[in-house]
Design a binder for this molecule. Sequence first.
Ligand code: HEC
Length: 109
Amino acid sequence: MRTKMMLGLLVMVTFAGIASAQDAAAGKALFASTCAVCHGADASANTTMGKTLKIPNFHTPEVQKQSDAELTAIITKGKGKVMPAFEGKLTREQMSQLVAYIREVGKQQ
Ligand code: HEC
């Protein structure tokens, strides 16, 4: 009985892991086509535009310390004068894929 429960839990955790890896992959493709012009191909904003606009590097703790909800809110509503609001342009699912990708980026120092 116990073993069965543990096994069930293990399967669930494994599937959740696969789902988030898929999300991050979809988010990466979306990021490349929609966000990389400003944020740079590797999300470090290490580009002329990134430096001029003072775009935060997604590899840093300053970005990573924000919650998924906070990051989603910025993507939805935009930030400052330059970061566009993607409300109505991207679906909720696409936004959560982008957040999954931002978390992947955070793991690569
Ligand atoms: C036109 C250029 C531009 C595009 C396109 C753009 N961004 Fe941004 N983004 C910015 C700028 C500039 C900032 C910094 C805003 C500020 O702090 O005032 C920013 C900030 C952010 C932040 C907040 C970082 C932080 O810690 O403050 C997130 C998250 C973000 N962008 C995600 C995205 C995603 C995801 C996309 C694509 C769907 C995207 N951005 C597309 C320019 C852009």
